[in-house]
Ligand binder design. Structure first.
Ligand code: SF4
Length: 277
């Protein structure tokens, strides 16, 4: 069984089609960080001329640069502009919205608090759009917030449960003012709900997607809560027949950066294993 909602979201689809379009026009394009957290897609686009770099310093003057769906910090954009590069912005509109909200809240005198993973590129880009945003990834991080009126947003791919849990922990810490803007992505939430619904009905659950993909990790983490036999695999190559011993029904879902061919290939192979047993 496959989840009702899974796979590519609008933001990822837009980033990939933008990359394909400019690659066909320019031949060589730089991407600041992997375009999406899926090695297969990165490799396929690399063959077409997409060069992934970690730092603006690695991009030559006059080049064409793609800003991926996770966005880039204002400082990085300023640095790119100084280099006189051609910037093609494929930042997801929801990520852009969060960056704008964070900047506005800071202008209004709020201390910006981002609930999420401080190492995720989307979160790093939002931090980089502010002068002093604090990232809260767990309850022990709350002590680092300090004092002030809080303006709180959330990494787009976190779950509503996690956001709620962190908000309640922040409220318990006694801050006088908390302005909360819901920046969660509805596409990601729909995938989470469909995954949870399915994993509760099956004996074993597979969540497909890149190891680095935050929304895939979140899907796996949620499914694990309701079905202990949940496995996060990148593709069929990581499947081991031993995993399905004793299971009669299997569910499959995939993160927002997992291409359809990986899902189709997995489902086809899994069906063949089911038919054999
Ligand atoms: S998961 Fe949501 S926020 Fe992230 S790229 Fe996709 S649509 Fe945008």
């Amino acid at each position: 069984m496959v989840a009702e909602k899974y796979g590519f979201c609008a933001g990822v689809r837009n980033a990939i089609s933008t990359a394909e379009k400019i690659l066909s026009e320019k031949g060589k394009v730089y991407s600041l960080g992997p375009i999406i957290h899926n090695p297969g897609v990165v490799e396929r686009l690399a063959k077409k001329g997409l060069v992934t770099v970690d730092d603006v310093g690695q991009i030559p003057a006059g080049a064409t640069v793609l800003i991926r769906s996770h966005g880039a910090a204002s400082e990085e954009i300023a640095h790119l502009k100084q280099k006189n590069v051609d910037i093609v912005d494929a930042t997801c509109v929801l990520v852009k919205r969060m960056q704008q909200i964070a900047m506005q809240m800071e202008e209004q005198g709020y201390k910006v608090v981002i609930v999420g993973d401080q190492n995720h590129p989307e979160v790093r880009a939002v931090v980089g759009c502010t002068t002093g945003a604090v990232v809260v990834g767990n309850e022990s991080d709350i002590s680092t917030i300090g004092t002030g009126r809080l303006g709180i947003v959330c990494q787009t791919t976190q779950s509503p449960e996690f956001f709620g849990q962190m908000l309640s922990a922040i409220a318990r810490a006694g801050f006088d003012e908390m302005k909360v803007i819901n920046t969660l992505c509805k596409e990601a939430i729909k995938r989470q709900q469909a995954a949870v619904e399915l994993c509760r009905k099956v004996d074993i659950m597979f969540v497909l997607g890149g190891r680095e993909s935050a929304n895939t990790q979140k899907l796996a983490e949620l499914c694990q809560k309701y079905n202990k036999k949940t496995f996060h695999l990148q593709n069929w190559d990581e499947f081991d027949k031993k995993l399905v011993f004793g299971s009669r029904t299997a569910g499959v879902t995939a993160g927002a950066s997992t291409p359809q061919w990986i899902i189709d290939d997995f489902v086809k192979n899994l069906s063949a294993v089911e038919a054999e047993s």
